[in-house]
Design a protein around this ligand. Structure first.
Ligand code: NAD
Ligand code: UFG
Length: 343
């Protein structure tokens, strides 16, 4: 259930994307006014219709690049922006290995451009989309916000670490800037009304969208990357969190910044891990049919198992995830059926 808070005028970068669109719907439902800046490089304007359908309100969409300072000026010049939620970025780990400069340009360069524009227009609150990829996944579990940083073997992970460092330095130099760094674990699922969800182009990189395409008959079987991990069933384990829970986390983080200011880091995960085969099993139950799979070799760079300690978000934001794994896969499947009808 969303709570009413004082309405704030917000810029949401990447608000047409997967996590951004669910969050925009939540922000609008909570009475905030939203301008989205998105270049639609990994989304379409159809997510705006989905946002309108579930929230009954319309965000203002500006199609543009976060690295375009003049575009940011045109938006922020209107004044009165109470904050920015910064989702825009590139997120495919493998692609970041092939095109590192592109990832640093968008993820790091884009964040720097945004921070400069926020300074020019005196916008003093920022919620940033970080990732569990910043952690050392060999550290003691569950991962806390104070757990050691890792050394990600890809530009994507390093770009998130760099932006976190830049934000820490910015707040250090200007304590009037308030920043929430949200470290997502594995976001999955879709809006319960199947009006919003993830629409991967090409072959999905991530487990749940891949399973959904197998379930829909688009792909013949799932490759399970590794059956010899030191986990109960030998397959990798992750902390899957419903995108609706993430969206609510952003509303609460913004609320917290409005009340307290400062720099804060919060894990957003479910606080427990499921194996690949447990996710497959849950999907089979949701779909009522078997998901064909083959166990293959490990995917390079994958950790065996990690999950979040979400106690800090529970204590400080009063955020606890409400959706179960069963909800996550049921909603992912309902959304996959909507996507299939669109083709
Ligand atoms: P997404 O690709 O669905 O959304 C990102 C949006 O940003 C897209 O709509 C895209 O068109 C837009 N965009 C990309 N480059 C842009 C640019 N230069 N200028 C303006 N807009 C641009 O991804 P998502 O899953 O919603 O992820 C949102 C954020 O969360 C990203 O920063 C991502 O790194 C982070 N994150 C995602 C995950 C995940 O598994 N989905 C996990 C951890 C962190
Ligand atoms: N997996 C398969 N087959 C697939 C896809 C995935 O077996 O076709 C397995 C992986 O080996 C892993 C689990 O399913 O054990 C989850 O894999 P995902 O690709 O869905 O997610 P990751 O945990 O690898 O990565 C995600 C995001 C990254 C982010 C990272 C942080 O995609 O952006 O979480 O934890 F950095």
């Amino acid at each position: 259930m969303d709570n009413k808070v004082n309405a704030v005028k917000l810029l949401v970068t990447g608000g047409a994307g997967y996590i951004g669109s669910h969050t925009v719907a939540s922000l609008l439902t909570n009475g905030h006014d939203v301008t989205i800046l998105d270049d639609l490089s990994n989304s379409t304007a159809s997510s705006i219709r989905g946002i309108e359908q579930v929230s009954g309100r319309s965000p203002h969409l500006v199609v543009g690049d976060i690295r375009d300072g003049e575009c940011l000026d045109r938006i922020l010049r209107g004044g009165d922006f109470g904050g920015v939620l910064h989702f825009a970025g590139l997120k495919a780990v493998g692609e970041s290995v092939r095109h590192p400069a592109r990832y640093y340009s968008v993820n790091v360069g884009g964040s720097i451009e945004l921070l400069a524009a926020m300074r020019r227009h005196n916008v003093r609150r920022l919620v940033f989309s970080s990732s569990a990829t910043v952690y050392d996944t060999e550290a003691e579990m569950p991962l806390q916000e104070s757990s050691p940083s890792g050394h990600p073997g890809h530009a994507y992970g390093r770009s998130k670490q760099m932006v976190e460092q830049i934000l820490t330095d910015e707040v250090g130099s200007d304590p009037s800037l308030a920043v929430a760094v949200l470290r997502y674990f594995n976001p999955v699922g879709a809006h319960p009304e199947a009006a919003l969800g993830e629409a991967p182009t090409g072959t999905p990189n991530n487990l749940v969208p891949y399973i959904a395409q197998v379930a829909a008959g688009i792909r013949p079987y799932l490759e399970v990357y590794g059956g010899d991990y030191p986990t109960p069933d030998g397959t990798g384990m992750r902390d899957y969190v419903h995108v609706m829970d993430l969206a609510r986390g952003h509303v609460l983080a913004l609320d917290f910044l409005c009340a307290h200011g400062g720099l804060h880091k919060w894990n957003l995960g479910a606080g427990r891990a499921y194996s690949v085969l447990e996710v497959v099993k849950a999907f089979e139950l949701a779909r009522g049919q078997q998901i064909p799979y083959r166990i293959t070799g490990r995917r390079p760079g994958d950790a065996a198992s990690y999950w979040a300690d979400v106690g800090k978000a529970a204590r400080e934001l009063r955020w606890t995830p409400q959706y179960t794994l069963e909800d996550m896969v049921r909603h992912a499947w309902a959304w996959q059926q909507v996507l299939a009808r669109r083709v």
